[in-house]
Design a protein around this ligand. Sequence first.
Ligand code: VL7
Length: 137
Amino acid sequence: MSTDFNGTWNIISNDNFESYMQALDIDFATRKVANLLSPQKIIEQKGDSFIIKTISTFRNYEVQFTVGEEFEENTKGLDNRKCQSLVTWDNNKLVCVQKGEKKDRGWTHWIEGDKLYLELNCENQVCKQVYKKVPPA
Ligand code: VL7
């Protein structure tokens, strides 16, 4: 049995997001707006099939994948690049490698208690985010 990521999650901390965005060449004005956001993750998981929605008042981003199956990711509305992405399990962590123009790009998700953790990597930068589970209605 792998970890269950299903649910709605609200961000409670966002460390080094600015440097991560700089590593992705996000322009100044967009970074200023993005830094003020409190994004929400909505995760729909069925076994190894995932839909991860990142929702904010400024932009939304959605990615769909199956663990172990490489796919072409277009980071539309973010840095607008194409990556060959692959998500795998590393024990109870969900690890994505985003192969493309940027070196060492990817992310890792895991859960501890009612918290969802996310580390976003690009080049030599790591952004650490923590989300808290929104209790089901
Ligand atoms: C996705 C943003 C900065 C552009 C807008 C900011 C809008 C809300 O890849 C991500 O998550 C994975 C793992 O959960 C699933 O896709 C992070 C948001 C990172 C990077 C780029 C700033 C413009 C933020 C969409």
